[in-house]
Ligand binder design. Structure first.
Ligand code: HXC
Ligand code: NAP
Length: 269
């Protein structure tokens, strides 16, 4: 256990896309540390396992079918969470869509699908939980980014642009909602093992090898390593941190290929 046992006891967390991949482990780790967890996503088949895991940890779980692209549905998620648990302390905007496609081939619908899930969904869900957080005197929102959001994002223009928007939104909401004691931060993963994101974007072995070359720590991240960054940001240890983007990518984003010392001249290859 990395954090003090039960430090989230009495807290209620909403995790979008909490039934799969990174969201699954974020939900489970929130529960392991004491939170009751609401997961929301489109496909109820993604919900049974996380509900079982949260309950096995002795916490309450609620799974809701919702599409974050629809503001009415995000509002309903917040209402149902409040009805059931009486408060919302944490929101993790983790839901996303992504697929590789060169920009010149991307159809308007393809663009819209990803931008609406990632950017609109993050805004709608955040707006939906604000009244509860405000009324109870505070809360913590964590948006999941992607480390190409501030670099070029070839073949994922939709996702790169949307995640860049999410980062800006993170800072803007951090300022606007600070008077309500609602902190808004981002956690930005690099490639994380055992996820749909890596399967979709780095599915072929040659791409995976090439990407690994650019990661100073020379491995993919683990889902737990993203979850621990989320736990830190929602913890009292981060009470004075808002508008921050915590990058969890093994040093990938600031690494570049121009200067690459070898084992003989620098020991870093
Ligand atoms: C080109 C594609 C496409 C593809 C879909 N489209 N997949 N175009 N290449 N591979 C187009 C469709 O043709 C359609 O446009 C439009 O996108 C919408 O497709 P739908 O299937 O109708 O959309 P929808 O059912 O809303 O599904 C959304 C989705 C889907 C994003 C397209 O893939 C999804 O649900 N994804 C969720 C899971 C996911 O993506 N996880 C990865 C997140 S990882 P037309 O014009 O034909 O109507 C991540 C970062 C990873 O974000 C970083 C790793 C390093
Ligand atoms: P994932 O398992 O596919 O997670 C995406 C989740 O979003 C799914 O649970 C999906 O559930 C949900 N979702 C998609 N569209 C939705 C919608 N319209 N409404 C509600 N929920 C929706 O992929 P992942 O790789 O774990 O990615 C999780 C997050 O990490 C994403 O924000 C992603 O951008 C980010 N990220 C991942 C990586 C990586 O290496 N994997 C790297 C950088 C950033 P339903 O299908 O049930 O709706």
């Amino acid at each position: 256990m990395v954090f003090r046992e039960g430090f989230l006891e009495g807290r209620v967390a909403v995790v979008t896309g909490g039934g799969t991949g990174i969201g699954f482990v974020v939900s489970r780790e929130l529960a392991r540390h004491g939170a009751d967890v609401v997961v929301a996503s489109r496909n109820p088949e993604h919900h049974a396992q996380i509900v079982r895991e949260v309950e096995a940890l002795g916490r309450r779980a609620l799974a809701l079918q919702a599409d974050v692209r629809d503001p009415e549905q995000t509002k309903r998620v917040a209402e149902r969470a409040l009805e059931r648990f009486g408060r919302i302390d944490i929101l993790v905007n983790n839901a996303a869509g992504n697929f590789l496609c060169p920009a010149e081939k991307l159809t308007p619908n393809g663009w819209r699908a990803v931008v609406e899930i990632v950017l609109n969904g993050t805004f709608f869900m955040s707006r939906a939980v604000l009244p509860a957080m405000r009324a109870q005197g505070g809360g913590s929102i964590v948006n999941i980014g992607a480390n190409y959001a501030w670099l070029a994002a070839p073949h994922v223009a939709h996702s790169g642009a949307a995640k860049a928007g999410v980062l800006n939104l993170t800072r803007t909401l951090a300022v606007e909602w600070a008077p309500y004691n609602v902190r808004v931060n981002a956690v930005t993963p690099g490639p994380i093992d055992d996820t749909e994101g890596v399967r979709r974007l780095m599915g072929d072995p040659a791409t995976k090898r090439a990407v690994l070359e650019t990661i100073p720590l020379k491995r993919l991240g683990r889902r737990e390593e993203v979850a621990w960054a989320v736990l830190f940001l929602v913890s009292p240890a981060a009470a004075y941190i808002t508008g921050h983007n915590l990058v969890v990518d093994g040093g990938m984003w600031f690494n570049h290929r121009m200067f690459r010392p070898t084992a003989t001249d620098g020991g870093l290859a």
